[in-house]
Design a protein around this ligand. Sequence first.
Ligand code: B12
Length: 214
Amino acid sequence: MSNKLLMQIMTSIVEGEPEATIDLTRQAIKANLEPLTIIDDGLMPGMDIVGDRFQTGEYFLPHLIIAASGMKGAMELLEPELKARQQALETTGTMVIGSVAGDIHEIGKSLVGTMMSASGFQVHDLGVDVPVEAFIAKIKETGANLLGLSALLTTTMTVQRKIIMALEEAGIRDQVKVIIGGAPISQEWADTIGADGYAEDAVGAIELAKRLVA
Ligand code: B12
């Protein structure tokens, strides 16, 4: 991370200064830094440090909340930039995405949704803490061919399995490719629950989705 602004963005997240995070992000956009670079080399490393400190007991919930508000504010500035960089492509498919029931982590899910929409998918983002039935209903309503399930907690990742089972029960499992993600998720978990794929980040999600629906 050579750029000074990126370093400052990371530090502002770690030190819990959301206004500085937003202001520095604005400066980074003006300095023509790529939006994805700002996310991957500024904001995300900051969030990872905050997460680690929370795990070791050095930080508490308010630290997570403040860091997240900085990242969310920054993402509001970055989303239009991300979209502007990917010219309107032919619609690749229709995606339903959400954070599973019990999970209110929204930043990564929203980033994946934004990137997918910037790459030509028509995206229906159901938000966070989405009941299993709401996913099923939206897929039926929209005829979506791709489903993205985000889970950031070891306690909510099992809901991804429930949703795949519900797709089978509803007789629409063959209609959609299911991709999953979130901090505790792995390819191994995707294989275990019969998901069609796993991606570690938003860029990986696009590659995976395009390959699956091609
Ligand atoms: C911010 C944050 C919060 C915020 C969320 C605010 C918001 N509006 O989203 C708040 C404060 C609400 C929160 C609450 C909690 N949190 Co929290 N949180 C985090 C933190 C620090 C960052 C998450 C984040 O936004 N990262 C940035 C985004 C961009 O990254 P991402 O979410 O990982 O998404 C990327 C990939 O995972 C992937 N991806 C994500 N979704 C999808 C979906 C698909 C389909 C695909 C393909 C890819 C994909 O692509 C994304 C983009 O690159 C993480 C630590 C961490 N490093 O992850 C802990 C963390 C996830 N939280 C944790 C915990 C324990 C909690 C709480 C239980 C705390 C508590 N005691 O109450 C609650 C649970 C609330 C709930 N019911 O959901 C733990 C989870 C531990 C575990 N293994 O279960 C973590 C790992 C922290 C830790 N190290 O202990 N949290």
